[in-house]
Write a protein that binds this ligand. Structure first.
Ligand SMILES: Cc1cc2nc3c(=O)[nH]c(=O)nc-3n(C[C@H](O)[C@H](O)[C@H](O)COP(=O)(O)OP(=O)(O)OC[C@H]3O[C@@H](n4cnc5c(N)ncnc54)[C@H](O)[C@@H]3O)c2cc1C
Length: 385
């Protein structure tokens, strides 16, 4: 919850839009692990996914603060932005590091929603968080790269036209530094699927449209390289701050959802002849969740403001994401407990949101890796890896 006075109009419009997508809509999608196409199309049509794209390319040209307001309200309403949030920020790699010709070719179509750029291919099964050990390799062959390798947990790949893909163009051993020798390719999935790219869905505990990707001699034109060859890791890191702040705002929205629901239920549900919320054993966890929510929201605001001011904000983005994901998880657990048996009933949406918000302590970056960053980069403790 950023300051509710901020972006009040955007928040109000998002809330109105979300009212057309009630719990029953999400429950049905969740049951069959179906992509929420109607929801995504509506958000796209109303321009909410292009808020960060500059006006010259057809977007709203707003800052990250506006984008956090959109995602927070989506989650606060009981909806989920995971099906499309990457359409907001994945284009940042292209915007910041792409050539003018690439930006002019793609960004207006991404802004209008004609092209979906919401697949982001970094994680691999064998390297995990140790990104510099990724092995998917793009070998230069004339005016093409030939890509071979495998990715895991690449969300929305089946629902995206383009993918920002991180590959090695120089083997780790041959690079001057372990973070050198990686490059970013903008893969046109429409040309790639069935011609060297295979997408296999991975069913998970939440409805997230995530997949495994197999590259088998996929040809990608050299014109699809973003920025300079070998510098891709830096470009990706750059985009991760925005991603972490935006995901944190989803957590803030989730925490708000759980606190709203728990407060309402605790006032309404009567056991032993009085509302359960009259018992301090029930009140205090709700109040604690609220306190944690505010502390996390302040950190998200701070990180977002620093990002919009163009200041380095890697540590703040990480801390915001950690605090927000812990606040939303505490609130989720509290909400289930407050609802007793009904916390487990599908029609209440609590169990679904509980499963959904659990993700954020693992992805897009796990809590341990954030603690490690703070310990070594901020506090100067010795590195453990
Ligand atoms: C639903 C879902 C969607 C995702 N979407 C995408 C996507 O679109 N694109 C993409 O590229 N990736 C995506 N991911 C991947 C996600 O970013 C990773 O799962 C996450 O970064 C953790 O990496 P890992 O799973 O490889 O865990 P590992 O790196 O294997 O780590 C496993 C556990 O060990 C801990 N650990 C590892 N090393 C250390 C250490 N040195 N010290 C202390 N603890 C350590 C970690 O914190 C973690 O808890 C997604 C994942 C999920 C589950």
């Amino acid at each position: 919850m950023t300051d509710p006075a901020d972006h009040a109009e955007i928040r109000e419009s998002v809330r109105r839009l979300c009212a057309d997508f009630p719990g029953s809509y999400w429950q049905a999608k969740d049951r069959t692990r179906e992509y929420p196409t109607e929801f995504v199309q509506t958000l796209t049509r109303e321009g909410f996914l292009s808020v960060l794209i500059p006006e010259e390319y057809g977007g709203a040209g707003l800052g990250l603060g506006a984008a956090t307001a959109v995602l927070e309200e989506i989650h606060r309403s009981g909806c989920n932005g995971g099906a499309c949030h990457a359409q907001m920020y994945t284009m940042g790699t292209l915007l910041k590091h792409g050539a003018t010709e690439q930006k002019e070719r793609y960004l207006p179509q991404v802004a209008s929603g004609e092209l979906r750029l919401q697949a982001f291919g970094v994680t691999e099964p064998t390297s995990g968080t140790d990104t510099t050990r990724l092995t998917t390799f793009a070998r230069r062959d004339g005016d093409h790269y030939v890509v071979n390798g495998q990715k895991i947990w690449i969300s929305r790949a089946e629902h995206s036209d383009l993918m920002v893909l991180l590959v090695r163009t120089t083997a780790r051993e041959a690079a001057a530094k372990s973070s050198d020798g990686m490059s970013v390719l903008l893969v046109d999935m429409r040309d790639a699927v069935g011609k060297g790219l295979t997408i296999r869905p991975v069913r998970t505990m939440l409805n997230h449209a995530t997949t495994e990707l197999f590259f088998d001699d996929l040809k990608v034109p050299v014109t699809q390289l973003i920025g300079q060859e070998g510098k891709g890791f830096r470009y990706i890191l750059d985009g991760m701050n925005a991603e972490r702040i935006l995901i944190a705002s989803e957590c803030i929205g989730d925490a708000r959802f759980f606190i709203d629901r728990a407060s309402a239920y605790a006032k309404d549900r009567s056991v032993f002849g009085r509302p359960i919320g009259q018992n301090q054993g029930v009140q205090f966890p709700i109040a604690r969740a609220y306190v944690q929510l505010w502390a996390a929201a302040e950190m998200v605001n701070k990180a977002s403001a620093m990002y919009d001011a163009g200041l380095p904000c890697g540590s703040e983005a990480n801390m915001a994401k950690m605090l927000a994901s812990e606040a939303s998880w505490f609130a989720a657990d509290m909400c289930v407990q407050t609802h007793g048996g009904f916390g487990f009933a599908e029609e209440y949406d609590i169990e679904r949101k509980f499963r959904e918000t659990r993700l954020y302590q693992v992805a897009p970056i796990s809590t341990n890796l954030i603690l490690s960053h703070v310990a070594t980069h901020v506090l100067g403790l010795p590195k453990s890896f």
